[in-house]
Ligand binder design. Sequence first.
Ligand code: CA
Length: 232
Amino acid sequence: MNKLTVLIVEDDMPVRNLITTTLKAHDYKYLTAPNGAAAVLEASSYNPDVVLLDLGLPDVDGVEVIKKIRSWSNMPIIVISARSEDTDKIEALDAGADDYLTKPFSVEELLARLRVTQRRLAAAKSRPMEEAVFQNGRIRVDYAAGCAYLDDEQLHLTPIEYKLLCLLSQNVGKVLTHTFITQKIWGSSWDNDIASLRVFMATLRKKLEAAPGSPQYIQTHIGVGYRMIKLE
Ligand code: CA
């Protein structure tokens, strides 16, 4: 398989060494940057396939790095944050990051996130521009017709459930924050919108998932949001 080139942005030497050792052992190519300025420069000069970005950098806030990169590129960005920086993580996702890892993370978690990204990149490459029909496992969404199916059975979704399913499927593989989703669905993000979102997500899952208690398609990220998983 064609391995990705990963730009590692991390000022903490032991963490950076752990990541480079892991990537080397698994045949990934990599570049490193110890701060935000170097990160932006390397991202623009070498156009890596994915960026692993620590949010706590010595020169600028990691979120600023995301905004800069997003001004010219959609390259996947996985942020790395400490457990105490939950709000930073959410801000980073809202600024355009695709995924996150929380420190301390295991080598397996890191590799799993890279595999998710690789699948998403492969799917995006094989897709000719905007797709009219989305297929993921047993789920099919026909955007033009405004219908969704499980196998060949049409799903009876409420307008909000359908909008939610479209939003998740159009961003498959990406973690969407509560704020992002409620803004897209209701145009606001009050606490009661987030509470309603939980309710609609539960009813949507009942219709999609064989076992709503252990969902296969829609992952919950506690305190952060949701992600639709692209099945193999
Ligand atoms: Ca740091």
